[in-house]
Design a protein around this ligand. Structure first.
Ligand code: NI
Length: 179
């Protein structure tokens, strides 16, 4: 098992669509374990494979993300393979949404209120379930990652331009420090 470096915007793999998983082999299961360790080493409730540079349609989330009081160890993850949103209802504002791949920034994002998700479990079982609240946000946010979309792609172009400018400046500063 290993803790991976979480890639940050504007890393290329974050904006590339991920490929479907054909076979859930030991490599995919190992990837899922590593993603779990990586997520819990940081403060995330969800993580998608492209965030560690692997463009495959695999996502995980904290199984107890719906219950903020839960703090037992070891923490549990749920993995979804080839997840898709097959139906959606309503809309609401996800307040102060953030992402481990988007440094120092949060924003309100318009999301569906409820989504129906189809996916495979780690054992290859076909799953279909409804998600609302925190879980609905996680599903939309992580499935977006698998399509190469970040939450900053879903805010106003003005806000996005401001963030990109700020991030560019920070990266420039880091570069200057290194030299
Ligand atoms: Ni994210």
């Amino acid at each position: 098992m290993a803790i991976f470096n979480i890639l940050k915007y504007p890393e290329k793999s974050l904006s590339q669509p991920s490929a479907k998983v054909d076979v859930i082999d030991d490599k995919i299961k190992e990837l899922i374990k590593d993603m779990g360790e990586t997520m819990f080493s940081d403060a995330g409730v969800g993580l998608a494979a492209p965030q560690i540079g692997i463009n495959k349609r695999v996502m995980i989330y904290d199984s107890h993300a719906m219950d903020p009081e839960y703090d037992e160890e070891p923490r549990e993850i749920t993995a979804l393979i080839n997840p898709e949103i097959i139906a959606s209802h309503g809309s609401f504002i996800s307040e102060d949404e953030g992402c481990l791949s988007v440094v120092d920034y949060r924003a309100n994002v318009k999301r569906y209120e409820k989504v129906r998700v189809k996916a495979l479990s780690i054992d290859g079982k076909e799953l279909e379930f409804d998600a609302e609240g925190v879980l609905a946000i996680i599903m939309q946010h992580e499935i977006d990652h698998l399509d190469g979309i970040l939450f900053i792609d879903r805010i106003s172009s003005l806000k996005r331009a401001m963030y990109k400018k700020k991030r560019k400046k920070e990266l420039q500063k880091e570069l200057e420090k290194e030299q």
